[in-house]
Write a protein that binds this ligand. Sequence first.
Ligand SMILES: [Zn+2]
Length: 209
Amino acid sequence: MPSKTILVLSPHTDDGELGCGATMHRFIEEGYTIIHIAFSICKDSLSAEWVPDTLAIEAKKAAAVIGIQQDNLLLLDFPVRQFIENRQLILDELIRLQKQYKPVMVFIPSSTDIHQDHGVIYVEAVRAFKHCSIYGYEMPWNNYSFSGTTFIRINENNLQAKLKALEVYQSQQHRNYMQPDFIQSLAKVRGVQAGVLYAECFESIRIIQ
Ligand SMILES: [Zn+2]
């Protein structure tokens, strides 16, 4: 029987929810198991008003909203903007994940994501996951260009789950891409392109059917 396990790789907590939160919710409804791995809980990026593990707490709440089992949320602690120095350790971790979970699909940052940590996860994931489909999620604030060729239809419930999951990231609400109307508008744009109400759009990095 083909694997029904999907890995979502987030360089930092909240990347997965932003890039494919509604898609994760849809696939869980369809009986897939989502394993969400965040490579940094971004202790150094938080302002002084937040305790250092705030993003770990928020990521656990967001997982519950999406429907990801707590055991399937893996939170690592690589320092932000130092993924390049840790790239071999990150590749080792990705290879371990590949062997453990044998996923059918992996969602990662796109090839045109300009954030240096996102770039490391893209390059090392393409290396580690040779034998499954790989999709690059869209982050318009990090993408000077984006080749979106896969559209995943999402319904109102899936979109609402994504919005609620993002809302629990209270420490990140100051970022303009966290605004619910922006998230909904992008889902609408992608939906119009796919002939449905809402969709999330992905770069088709490697497709194995
Ligand atoms: Zn990030």
